[in-house]
Design a protein around this ligand. Structure first.
Ligand SMILES: Nc1ncnc2c1ncn2[C@@H]1O[C@H](COP(=O)(O)OP(=O)(O)OP(=O)(O)O)[C@@H](O)[C@H]1O
Ligand SMILES: [Mg+2]
Length: 444
């Protein structure tokens, strides 16, 4: 029994990439990021914190010394000397301003261990009301300490609070992750290419295109799959060849006795009582001959005719003209000019088969051609007959599948074989004329 997925695992499913490449990269990347995050946490949480505390307490201590000196030597001269020393020895500019410390400067950003450490150190060492301003100067922190009625303003350079190694470390983490990811992506892409090629090969072979054996590449399993596919392809091909050969042989061999029979029948003396029978037999023989002709055409259908640039409107005109001569009511709608690479004899036969069907089942036929997007042309054959039920539209393509009033049941099979050999396809649909529409799509 299948248990329905809880909603969150459906969300996970949607987030996980669908392609093999994406998934394998994820498999590489997720543990990597996890490991690095743990490393960063350990480094940041212990080593960096200790360093930052030391830095903070050094600054706080220097400010505390300055405050103590200011307390001890109140004369303006001394005080100026003390403040000047701040720069000299601590790399911090210091000055006294009248006023009161405004506490709104005090709020540090949320995730800010350095700020918190400095605040703690100032509290511990200086023991006077103070405020820190982290915003107004990107290079330094302005610390204001309430000293009597004045404010001791200290510009402490930020570089005294941070250590450069954290950037190096983060850079190393991100850089190594990216490097690993890039290497994995390159290697995995090559692995996936073999699978993709196999899928494309199977698809092409399934639609009857000749792609030849596919090159085995990638991991052993993928190579094995490719080799197995090539073997299967060869077997299927051999089987098909045997089938067509046999059909050709049988048809061909039947023709000779059939011709003999027809001749013998024609030589029979015509008598009143046998005349009807002879006529019937001749008709039957002719039908058999037509059928054999059909089988032979089927066998030859996917012949070795080379593809060449062909004038599609002209070709369709020929088909329509021939149908008209045989008494069909056929309308032709083709563009002025449309040159397509195809095997003219084969393609003419495919369209003729469709037109024959339309004629047989409908009264009016419409043959049309048009470009369908930048990479395809479409040839459609419409009729106003009874059409084919959607459920039957697949089976009529099978050989010898013939409905009421049908022929040998090879027409559509041959047409599809030919069109697929061109890399195209035939689809049966409802026609706007009321009957069936056969739509040939050809890549160009
Ligand atoms: N335009 C159509 N309208 C209605 N049914 C059709 C149409 N085209 C084909 N069919 C049905 O599909 C069946 C198979 O067609 P297909 O052309 O393969 O063979 P066929 O016409 O019976 O024989 P063949 O073409 O070899 O003389 C037909 O027998 C018919 O029942
Ligand atoms: Mg037919």
């Amino acid at each position: 029994m299948r248990v329905p997925l809880p909603p969150q695992s459906r969300v996970v499913k949607r987030l996980v990439p669908r392609s093999f490449l994406g998934r394998s990269l994820l498999i590489v990347l997720v543990p990597l990021v996890l490991v690095e995050a743990v490393a960063l946490q350990i480094f940041y949480g212990t080593h960096l914190d200790v360093v930052s505390r030391r830095f903070s307490s050094a600054i706080a201590g220097e400010i505390a010394v300055t405050v103590a000196l200011l307390d001890r030597y109140p004369s303006p001269d001394d005080q100026a000397w003390i403040l000047a020393n701040g720069w000299e020895y601590f790399e911090m500019t210091m000055r006294l301003e009248p006023g009161r410390v405004r506490p709104e400067h005090e709020r540090p950003p949320l995730f800010a261990p350095v700020q918190a450490n400095l605040a703690a150190a100032l509290q511990e060492r200086v023991r006077l009301p103070f405020a820190m301003d982290w915003r107004s100067d990107p290079l330094s922190v302005v610390i204001r300490v309430q000293w009597g009625d004045s404010i001791l303003v200290v510009d402490a350079p930020r570089k005294r609070l941070y250590t450069g190694t954290i950037y190096l470390f983060v850079l190393w983490l991100v850089g190594s992750a990216m490097l690993l990811f890039a290497i994995a992506a390159v290697f995995m892409r090559n692995q996936v290419r073999g699978i993709r090629r196999l899928a494309a090969g199977a698809e092409a072979f399934g639609t009857g295109r000749d792609i030849g054996p596919i090159k085995p590449e990638g991991a052993t399993e993928v190579r094995q799959a490719a080799a197995a596919f090539n073997l299967m392809q060869a077997r299927v091909r051999r089987f098909l060849a045997q089938r067509t050969e046999m059909l050709a042989g049988v048809s061909h061999d039947l023709r000779t006795p059939l011709t003999r029979l027809r001749l013998a029948l024609a030589m029979l003396p015509v008598r009143e009582d046998t005349q009807r029978d002879i006529a019937d037999m001749t008709e039957d023989l002719e039908e058999m001959d037509r059928m054999i002709g059909g089988y032979l055409a089927f066998v030859r259908g996917v012949g070795e005719e080379p593809a060449q640039p062909a004038d599609l409107p002209l070709l369709l005109e020929e088909v329509a003209a021939r149908a008209r001569r045989a008494g069909a009511d056929i309308a032709l709608e083709v563009p002025e000019e449309l040159s397509v690479m195809l095997r003219p004899d084969g393609f003419r036969r495919a369209v003729t088969n469709l037109v024959d069907n339309a004629r047989r089942h409908g009264r009016h036929v419409r043959l049309a051609a048009a470009t369908a997007g930048p990479h395809a042309v479409e040839v459609t054959v419409d009729d106003d007959g009874p059409g084919i039920l959607p459920a039957r539209r697949e089976e009529v393509f099978r050989p010898f599948e013939s409905g009421p009033g049908g022929g040998t049941g090879l027409g559509l099979t041959i047409a599809l074989d030919i069109v697929r050999a061109h890399g195209g396809d035939i689809v049966l649909e409802d026609s706007a004329m009321g009957g069936l529409r056969a739509r040939i799509t050809l890549p160009v």
